[in-house]
Design a protein around this ligand. Structure first.
Ligand code: GAL
Length: 633
């Protein structure tokens, strides 16, 4: 597999006479891909049906002439102002019933069928014009679905769409009433037209209602994306990607990804640490300029799964961003480290956002590879270094892993609708399991929730799964490796009620959850072998052997050689102890990595990354802060 570098470029932001020089400089830096177009609708179609493609023709020709391959983005994340006159009701509406107005981006509701047709129209026009263009070597649909909290909308269009979706799913209001349990609080419906989105209710709406609304909203993203994919495929053989985000669980990425050829994501490590990661201030200080050592890796592994092996970084942070509470500059070397870490996880392309810092508008404080005056910004030299290293690097093989971690978007929705404890967060639980693997130097594959064969991985983790899909349940029953299931796994039916018999119901694992407690941070459940459960603790019964107990004598882990159930949410040291014990049983080698040092193996190489603010030693090799080391396996 050939690895490559890319950059995001906005020809419409710059005078045309600058394009050739920009293209030449990109190529000179060793960049081979350039993504354009994704916000340029007002220049493609300045007035309704007045199409202006000449500038885009020339931009693509100029970039192509410099040897660059173009990723062409559809511009549907930024419909122009006139679109609102055509479709005054196309705006998304927030949970308080307020429209999310024009003046930034993503001002559309996924349920609005008129806007969906506009999106089809502009995509069709682009695909007709550029589908056979030799320089257009990939496509991107829209930009960052769900960014700025835009998956869930409570518009009139969403209300209508939801009723239709429910009618298809349940066929009769009586069936819906049964599935949701609407006899409770006299919530029974006689007609689809009586059902509203689950916002602005007096207290909690029915949790099943909330979960179905999230399923519906996710399906609307899938449908919106599919329309674009269908139009592009009619005219182009180039692969199609979407650029996903950090820690966004509002739609099922596996379902969107099933329609695409490549998964890509936008990686802003310093912004993520500053405002979207649960760590204390001293950690934030130590990692201010490097980012969290596991945040990027998790998403690399997640999107490798979403892309069924094919994935890119579509946007890589090049310097300070503009959108986090505080926006520090990366430590020298990090723009290189982040790229190498992505390649070690199997990325095909790492593309930086953006080429030149714009002196105007919302993102004027966001760095690029060039400063606004076109002088090189610090990251440009690091990009050129990565390009030189890639040229010398022999084939480094695809990412490989010993641990499979099941990740399920529906479970994220279920526990958002029904957290039961204030701090119960599905992503955080899955990420806690992932971080324990990383601290032990173990490589992880993320597995979709309908995985039917687990035999590839000696160790499988399945925390927080609302319900097990039939294929996964069967795969677990047949599994000969070591699986740690729970906490809070297989405790609901697909309708989000409590199953009878009580869960988990996994053949070969005689364990039942008799009661579940959530625990405030001031209370923890100590374990007899050391460590503790935080936030969540389930009381287990059944005939399976008790492998570990709490100090109070309750089962903490039950099961046998292959399948085990974990009764609570372990704190980090406890996760380390449990995971390392099972890894040893599975014959896996674990490591004691200093904080900030991380490993990743490909089929042929071991990569070592130093995220720490000071030098670290790995098997006799001193690795500087922001340093990367690799050795053949
Ligand atoms: C991403 C987005 C880009 C740009 C960037 C700034 O979320 O896709 O368009 O806004 O963030 O960091």
């Amino acid at each position: 597999m050939k690895r490559a570098l890319g950059v995001c470029y906005y020809p419409e932001h710059w005078p045309e006479d600058r394009w050739p020089d920009d293209a030449t400089r990109m190529a000179q830096a060793g960049i081979s891909w350039v993504r354009i177009g994704e916000f340029a609708w007002s220049r493609m179609e300045p007035a309704p049906d007045r199409l202006e493609w000449d500038w885009l023709d020339r931009a693509i020709a100029t970039l192509g002439a410099a040897g660059l391959k173009v990723v062409l983005g559809t511009p549907t994340a930024t419909p122009p102002r006139w679109m609102l006159d055509r479709h005054p009701d196309m705006l998304a509406v927030d949970a308080q019933g307020r429209p999310r107005k024009f003046g930034s981006r993503r001002h559309y509701c996924f349920s609005h069928l008129g806007y969906r047709e506009e999106s089809r129209r502009i995509t069709r026009l682009m695909a007709e014009r550029y589908g056979a263009n030799p320089h257009v070597a990939a496509w991107q649909t829209d930009n960052e679905y769900s960014c700025h909290d835009t998956t869930l909308s409570y518009s009139d269009a969403a209300r209508r769409g939801f009723r239709d979706w429910l009618a298809q799913k349940y066929q009769s209001p009586a069936a819906l009433n049964r599935a949701w349990g609407n006899v409770f609080w006299s919530m029974e419906y006689a007609d689809w037209a009586e059902i509203d989105p689950p916002n602005l209710t007096v207290t909690d709406p029915n949790h099943a209602h909330g979960l179905d609304y999230r399923r519906y909203a996710s399906d609307m993203v899938v449908a919106f994306n599919r329309v674009q994919v269908d139009e592009i495929r009619r005219h182009s053989a180039a692969p199609i990607a979407h650029n996903y985000m950090f820690r966004v669980t509002d739609f099922d990425h596996f379902k969107v990804g099933a329609d695409l050829d490549i998964a890509s994501w936008d990686s802003y490590p310093l912004g993520f640490l500053s405002d979207r990661t649960e760590v204390d201030d001293s950690f934030k200080r130590d990692f201010l300029r490097q980012g969290h050592p596991d945040n990027q890796a998790f998403h690399h592994d997640l999107y490798r799964a979403v892309g069924r092996g094919r994935w890119w970084i579509m946007e890589q942070q090049p310097g300070p961003v503009n959108w986090a509470p505080w926006n520090a500059a990366p430590l020298p070397g990090m723009c290189r480290l982040w790229a190498w870490e992505a390649f070690a996880h199997g990325a095909e392309v790492v593309s930086y956002f953006r080429w030149r810092q714009a002196p105007f508008a919302q993102e004027q404080m966001h760095a690029g590879l060039l400063r606004p005056d076109s002088a090189p910004a610090p990251a440009l030299a690091e990009v050129a270094q990565v390009a030189r290293e890639l040229a010398q690097m022999p084939k480094a093989g695809t990412a490989r892993a010993d641990i499979g971690l099941v990740f399920d978007y529906e479970s994220a929705w279920a526990w958002t609708v029904q957290p039961q404890g204030r701090d119960f967060d599905y992503f955080r639980l899955a990420f806690a399991a992932y971080r324990a693997c990383r601290r032990a130097g173990l490589n992880v594959d993320i597995i979709p929730p309908d995985c039917a064969d687990l035999s590839h991985w000696p160790l499988v983790l399945a925390p927080g799964l609302m319900t097990l899909s039939p294929p996964l349940r069967a795969a677990l029953a047949a599994y000969q490796g070591r699986a740690l299931i729970g906490p809070r796994s297989d405790t609901k039916t697909p309708d989000l009620s409590i199953p009878v018999p009580l869960g988990p119901n996994i053949p070969g694992l005689d364990v039942t959850i008799s009661l579940a407690e959530s625990l405030p941070p001031i209370a923890a459940e100590p374990l007899a072998r050391g460590g503790r459960f935080l936030s969540w603790f389930e009381h287990l019964e059944g005939a399976a052997p008790v492998l570990e107990r709490t100090v109070g004598g309750r089962p903490a882990i039950m099961g046998g050689a292959h399948l085990r159930y974990l009764a609570g949410w372990p704190d980090d040291p406890t996760f380390d102890r449990i995971l390392r014990g099972m890894a040893a049983e599975a014959g896996l080698t674990t490591h004691d990595l200093p904080e900030g040092l991380r490993l990743r193996d490909s089929a042929t190489h071991r990569f070592v990354f130093n995220y720490a603010p000071d030098p670290q030693v790995w098997q006799g090799v001193t690795i500087a802060p922001a340093g990367v080391h690799w050795q053949p396996l």
